[in-house]
Ligand binder design. Structure first.
Ligand code: ADP
Ligand code: MG
Length: 339
């Protein structure tokens, strides 16, 4: 874990010294807009633009900025509004986000000819609790408090598809942990960008994973507690039955929401921004729908990315072990919406 002093770059006022690269969105925003007033501000929980841009200051980045709490998006409005405009093409001054109504939706099913190449499908969203700072900016006590609130939510599930067990990272055995990682269920603490911005502070306090019991019948339903966002809610399964996975996913997001409301809590949401997330790329619905798909004609992830850049497809290509990992040479890739 990095010491506090090692995380603080002295160069926040001079983006020309940043190591993020010329295409980094936040660097371009800093260079194009007058952000001097916001450089001296701090949110109620102590988040600053220095902390928010620490990764852009020190390593290659595409976006390069993280919020530390819901207030970040308003306190540092000049910077975040521009980042959001450049990344999402959305003007938050006129945007009107609609909260989830949890009414039945009908996502398109994947075409059968493509579906044969699909190994597995996953839909996830990012959520945080109103009134708490984000994972990169919490005290240990707040981490434990959020975990306790969520544990009550999980214990209150009545839907037979969702009922299951919460595994706390602090008390999990090494074997249990490895097994859950190999099944693509559990997250890890080895993304150097997340580490630098503070996501892994106090690890493993307040971290864990909820998994439903009746996975063979209904599909896999998971909630990550204490990763990049306080909650990553997801459903996944082998194959490509998007509709079944969507239905399980959406029921889960609703059930978590209902359980939070019962305790007087809510998801962090702004009408101008949608559901709030640590990384501005996840603002809005917070959803990423991905398939692990076999593409034997492409030897590397970069080859797939190069091909995609010649088309108008708004998709992201990752390896199958998560965003921050290298690919394993299997020629199976993670294809998803560009969040
Ligand atoms: P996210 O940030 O959307 O949660 P990551 O790229 O960090 O995604 O990956 C998190 C984990 O989810 C990894 O272990 C990855 O293998 C798994 N995963 C993502 N998409 C799928 C999928 N379609 N099928 C199986 N596992 C998946
Ligand atoms: Mg991730």
């Amino acid at each position: 874990m990095l010491e506090e002093s090692a995380r603080r770059g002295p160069q926040v006022h001079d983006p020309s010294t940043w190591k993020c690269g010329e295409h980094c969105i936040v660097k371009n925003v800093f260079e194009g807009a007058n952000v001097s007033k916001e450089l001296n501000l701090s949110t109620g929980t102590g988040w600053t633009l220095d902390k928010a841009t620490i990764c852009a200051q020190n390593k290659p980045q595409h976006v390069g900025i993280y919020a530390g709490d819901d207030e970040s998006y308003t306190t540092f409005k000049t910077v975040f509004d521009q980042v959001i405009r450049r990344y999402h093409g959305v003007d938050v001054n006129t945007n009107r986000a609609v909260p989830e109504d949890y009414k039945p939706k009908s996502p398109p099913q994947l075409p059968p000819e493509g579906a044969r190449a699909i190994k597995s499908t996953r839909i996830r969203t990012a959520r945080n609790l109103k009134g708490f700072p984000f994972t990169n900016n919490m005290t240990k006590e707040q981490r434990l408090e959020v975990e306790a609130i969520l544990l009550k939510v999980f214990n209150g599930f009545t839907d037979k598809r969702l009922k299951g067990r919460y595994y706390s990272m602090a008390s999990m055995s090494k074997e249990e942990k490895e097994d859950l990682i190999n099944k693509h269920f559990l997250y890890t603490d080895d993304d150097s960008t997340l580490e630098m911005v503070g996501t892994y502070d106090d690890w493993p306090a307040g971290r864990g994973i909820f998994i439903n019991d009746r996975r063979d019948e209904f599909g896999i339903f998971i909630v990550w507690v204490g990763e990049e966002d306080q909650m990553r809610i997801m459903a996944m399964n082998k194959g490509s039955d998007c509709i079944a996975i969507w239905n399980l996913f959406y029921a889960g997001v609703e059930a978590v929401h209902a359980g939070l409301r019962k305790q007087g809590h809510d998801y962090a949401f702004l009408e101008s921004h949608g559901y709030l997330a640590t990384c501005p790329t996840n603002l809005g619905t917070g959803m990423r729908a991905s398939v692990h798909v076999s593409l034997p004609g492409f030897a590397t992830k970069q080859e797939v990315k190069d091909y995609v850049s010649t088309t108008d497809m708004a998709i992201d290509i990752r390896g199958t072990h998560g965003e921050s990992k290298s690919t394993d040479g299997s020629r199976v890739y993670d294809v998803s919406n560009n969040e």
